[in-house]
Design a protein. Structure first.
Length: 483
């Protein structure tokens, strides 16, 4: 009788231990999270109840549930994204009356790239301000290595404002903004070059070329013969640029072959530069000719009013082409419109645009301090040109003096012009312009009158500039002065 009671008591004791959770097991005692936000669970198996003890944190939450009558439950740990420069950890304890299990969880810091991304930006000599977005995965800082580059956090605290002082050194300079973790591990960087020039390629564009004029009532002549022609330059940036010192140039050769069957062409279109025979310079000392964002300059062949004949009123042009060196072909000067400065000209008469659209045009930035004499002495175009007569090579000679080669890197913008009929080699190489534009389709096309070649506008609201005028321009477009 005593033996039976003892066994019964032992059985009761064992049952009591079982109910108190002595048999509790957990699926794991440690959890590892990467830097991203995440959720993980620990499964708890026990016949009784359990509790979870933990300290509340600002980057994690802990919750648990017990499946009533099922013999198990779970603990859930949810962590927020870790953007800090260090890993972090926490702990909780799963308890029953008879047992406890400690579980630790660790979240690693965000890994930095083994090869940080480096961006590059080249800006003109003027003051600039732009924003760099803060990285989404890090607590980071932005540090400049140059005194002329200032960095400060924006009010929204989601980006940094980078401000560049004007470059008055007369030389290009370089600096860098490094985006780093709070313990100075590089995430990315922006290398900044600020040149000594006031305008860079693509900032100021040849927007419109109006060369054909308007057909007069006699049906034979056009206003272009009297100088109703212009080239429009437009600022394609969100900041003011300065046009001082820029050259507007015409090509040495035409893209079209003469309809008479006789013409000169170079044996080779140079890949390293463009050939020109005329250059006029916009006057100014560096900050005299501001062009506001989206604003334009009209360079008039004759700054006269042609509106009575349906042409343009060019008396409000920014500048006019004026040539005073020919008594046989006297030019007309509007004293109220500043003249462009003549460097050299391929014609011995006054300046005009080719009325059928065979010439090509370029906007050029020469190095600071270079004048016409220095340029002409150092950049003469040497080579051979061929004369064709009715499609047959007739003779060859050296390219005539008065033609010059402008390096591609000096070209702010270049536009090839021509018509489909009698089309030959493009005047400018494909690096400067891989296509061409103009008005009309055939030589002396009567449909060219009252039209111009105009740049298209992109969906972003800026001028198209892919260095391919076939795509960038509208042929035979409505001139801007008619709108």
């Amino acid at each position: 009788m005593k033996k039976i009671l003892f066994i019964f008591l032992v059985s009761l004791a064992a049952l009591a231990c079982q109910k108190e959770g002595a048999d509790m097991t957990v699926s794991r005692n440690d959890m590892s999270f990467d830097a991203a936000a995440g959720v993980q669970n620990v499964t708890v198996t026990t016949q009784g109840q359990f509790t979870v003890e933990y300290t509340e944190g600002d980057w994690y939450t802990i919750s648990y549930s017990i499946a009533k009558g099922m013999g198990y439950g779970s603990v859930t740990v949810q962590v927020e994204q870790n953007k800090s420069a260090s890993s972090r950890s926490g702990e909780f304890v799963i308890k029953t009356p008879a047992k406890e299990e400690h579980v630790t969880f660790v979240q690693s810091r965000p890994a930095v790239p083994s090869t940080p991304e480096v961006g590059y930006v080249t800006l003109n000599r003027l003051a600039h301000s732009f924003e760099i977005p803060m990285p989404a995965d890090y607590e980071a800082k932005a540090v400049s290595n140059a005194s002329w580059i200032k960095v400060e956090e924006t009010k929204a605290a989601d980006s940094w404002t980078v401000t560049l002082e004007p470059n008055t050194t007369g030389e290009a300079r370089e600096g860098e903004v490094v985006i780093a973790t709070m313990d100075d591990l590089t995430i990315s960087a922006v290398d900044i070059e600020q040149v000594a020039e006031s305008v860079l390629e693509g900032e100021l564009l040849i927007d419109e070329i109006y060369f054909a004029g308007v057909l007069l009532e006699d049906g034979k002549n056009a206003t272009a013969s009297d100088g109703d022609q212009y080239i429009m330059l437009t600022n394609n940036t969100a900041e003011t640029v300065y046009a001082d010192g820029l050259l507007i140039c015409t090509s040495s050769y035409m893209s079209n072959r003469s309809s008479t069957g006789s013409y000169w062409i170079p044996q080779e279109i140079p890949a390293e530069g463009i050939g020109i025979n005329t250059a006029y310079q916009i006057p100014g000392d560096g900050d005299d000719v501001p062009v506001l964002p989206g604003a334009s300059l009209i360079l008039a062949v004759k700054a006269q009013d042609f509106s009575a004949d349906g042409g343009a009123d060019l008396t409000k042009a920014a500048f006019e082409f004026y040539y005073s060196g020919s008594e046989s072909f006297p030019d007309v000067d509007n004293p109220d419109v500043p003249n462009l400065n003549l460097w050299f000209q391929g014609s011995f008469s006054y300046f005009f645009l080719h009325q059928r659209g065979y010439e090509s045009y370029a906007l050029v930035r020469v190095p600071d301090g270079m004048d016409a004499e220095t340029f002409m002495a150092g950049y003469a175009w040497t080579g051979k040109e061929d004369f064709y007569l009715f499609g047959e090579l007739y003779r060859t000679r050296d390219i005539r003096s008065g033609n010059y080669l402008v390096p591609n890197e000096w070209v702010i913008d270049g536009v090839n012009c021509g018509v489909e009929q009698f089309m030959g080699d493009l005047a400018f190489n494909a690096t400067v312009d891989a296509g061409y534009t103009g008005c009309g389709k055939v030589d002396s096309d009567p449909d060219r009158f009252g039209t111009s070649a105009r740049r298209q506008t992109t969906q972003e609201g800026i001028l198209a500039d892919t260095n391919n005028s076939t795509n960038d321009f509208l042929r035979s477009a409505k001139p801007s002065f008619m709108e």
